[in-house]
Design a binder for this molecule. Structure first.
Ligand code: AMP
Length: 378
């Protein structure tokens, strides 16, 4: 069904965090109504949506009722049980399809998909038993990274394994979960490609983003990435191949490593908008959120062109430790754009908002967002 879902229709979102909030704002700007569904109330997305439905992702009756009221259903969060998307698909159009979620919400399935389709990824092994761990270390060597196969993000459920690590302790840290043992990638930098695909196969990618992490959480993103344009082109072509192969209708983010020998390796896929794409809100003709709306509603995709070199700095919960951050000080640079997610409780490591800015150069944009963030504590 490739007919457009026009403004005035209702877009349903599963998940209600900050990605849903910014998606809802973009949808409202285009004249859509928005309904969100998640187990929580007064959520970042619920605060700006027309309807905030509260229900468990396993509550089939509620989900079915919700799905019946929306013209299209999309996601801001991929760890929704696949049963939820199956129930929804009986009542409305689901984009991307549940099959995309099924692959991308579990690291073993995701890496198997990538490897089997010839997309570059680090060698990996499944670890269910202590013997599997030994076999993986023998085959893939050390150091390595052992991750839980499901429900990991921002470095959670992940450990680096060294030659001197105690294997019993490493295995115990999995706490009974299935693990994925990945050969360590000696990377120079991390980049990402956020891309959209429509039901009739049209594709558009944002410029490649370069990402810097602190304590496993994204800290700063900038664009364009400081990489060889040929490599950037390769990363976008790789993303196009992945979206095509998965049959994505909507948005998908490809997180990649650039190795010290100048190769790209896929780390992870997310079937949605991404933290690294937040700078598109102020730096691109079309934001990643507007692009998701356009893609899932079968409207023509918007231009992804960057207006100027740009950067984004995340605002995490620790900035609230000594009281309310100094917003006026951060905004004293008139080029700085502040985005807050409406979260009332500022826990350490929790993503509370971000700052975007453009500059004459990438370095100038980075300096601008970092200085603004530092002024929050003045
Ligand atoms: P992930 O949860 O898979 O996104 O991993 C979080 C972070 O851990 C990545 O951004 C990398 O910095 C690091 N990392 C993950 N997998 C590997 C790997 N196979 N080799 C080296 N570093 C990794």
């Amino acid at each position: 069904m490739n007919f457009p879902i026009l403004p005035g229709s209702t877009i349903g979102i599963l998940g209600s965090g900050q990605l849903g909030r910014m998606l809802a704002i973009a949808a409202k700007q285009l004249g859509y109504r928005v309904a969100v569904y998640s187990p929580d109330a007064d959520t970042p997305a619920g605060q700006v949506a027309d309807v905030e439905a509260v229900g468990d992702y396993l509550d089939e009756e509620r989900l079915a009722d919700f799905a019946q009221r929306v013209s299209v259903l999309t996601f801001e969060f991929e760890n929704v049980p696949s049963a939820a998307s199956e129930v929804a698909a009986r009542h409305t159009i689901v984009r991307p399809a549940g099959s995309v979620l099924h692959i991308t919400q579990e690291r073993l399935r995701e890496k198997t998909f990538l490897r089997d389709n010839g997309f570059p990824t680090t060698p990996f092994r499944e670890v269910k038993t202590y013997a599997d761990l030994h076999a993986a270390a023998r085959d893939l060597g050390l150091p390595a990274v052992l991750k839980t196969a499901s429900f990991g993000y921002d470095g959670k459920g992940q450990q680096k394994v060294y030659a001197q690590s105690d294997p019993a302790e490493v295995f115990a840290n999995l706490k009974g979960a299935t693990g994925i043992y990945e050969a360590f990638v000696d990377f120079e930098k991390e980049i990402s490609v956020v891309a959209a695909r429509t039901a009739d196969g049209k594709f558009a990618a944002f410029p490649v983003f370069e990402n810097r992490h602190a304590n496993h959480i994204l800290d700063v993103t900038f664009a364009p990435a400081a990489i060889d344009p040929k490599l950037a082109k390769e990363a976008v072509e790789l993303a196009a191949g992945i979206l095509e192969k998965l049959g994505v209708v909507g948005l998908l983010t490809v997180e990649l490593f650039v190795t010290r020998s100048g190769k790209i390796v896929v780390n992870e896929l997310a079937p949605r908008t991404h933290n690294s794409g937040h700078l598109t809100m102020d730096a691109c003709i079309t934001s990643q959120f507007e692009q998701q709306v356009r893609a899932v509603c079968c409207l023509p995709l918007g231009s992804t062109a960057l207006r100027a070199p740009a950067a984004m700095a995340n605002l995490l919960g620790h900035l609230w430790e000594k009281g309310e951050p100094n917003w006026a000080a951060a905004l004293s640079d008139p080029h700085v754009k502040l985005h807050l997610y409406g979260k009332t409780e500022a826990r350490k490591g929790r993503k509370m908002g971000h700052i975007n800015a453009c500059g004459r150069s990438v370095d100038a944009a980075i300096a601008r967002v970092i200085a603004a963030r530092e002024r929050l504590l003045s």
